[in-house]
Design a protein around this ligand. Sequence first.
Ligand code: COA
Length: 187
Amino acid sequence: MSRATLTLPLMNQSHPPTASLREVESEDSPRLLELARAAGVFRPSEIQALEEVLEEYFCRRPARHHALACEAEGAVRAFIYYAPAAMTEGGWYLYWIITEPAWQGRGLGTLLVRHMERELQRQGARLLLIETSTLPRYAATRRFYTRLGYERAAVLPHFYAPDDHLVVFAKRCECHPGTAYDSGRLV
Ligand SMILES: CC(C)(COP(=O)(O)OP(=O)(O)OC[C@H]1O[C@@H](n2cnc3c(N)ncnc32)[C@H](O)[C@@H]1OP(=O)(O)O)[C@@H](O)C(=O)NCCC(=O)NCCS
């Protein structure tokens, strides 16, 4: 993979740290699960699901699944996991993205999403999808996706639980002009 670096704007420091991206390794698993627990938004069943996803990733290496870690100041501070959307032409899902709470709002999530988008654009991706919840505790997460250009494409009421709806965010890739998404807005 190509590496990406970013100078982070830390307040009151004359030498801001840099962040770098790399593929995750099996030794990262405990740290990634720690980040998921620290995020404070996921249910135990979702943490369990992430554990199973990582086990599967390291044991079987599913084709075209990507798990990237973002390191800063000597530790993994954020990660992203994305994979093809089954039975679609050029559809991809961003399944997981998590930043350590103390590092949130400092650009790591944006760095990871932008890197994913560049890589998928190179591979001819057509549509990027993200699923999340409508619960208030995900409000900042939804703002994050909106700020990055993802639009609410669908809502499935009471999907996760009563009053916990599924919202699908979508973004078309620039490399596919002439589609229904050509205006840059979903129709
Ligand atoms: C959503 C998330 C991955 C964003 O990562 P990040 O490293 O904070 O993202 P960035 O610093 O690049 O961007 C911050 C932007 O995201 C939003 N944001 C989301 N959570 C935020 C937080 N806790 N602090 C500050 N900004 C946050 C803001 O809109 C902010 O925009 P702004 O810079 O214009 O104010 C991160 O906040 C997180 O881990 N949230 C909890 C886990 C989660 O919900 N994951 C997604 C579901 S799998």
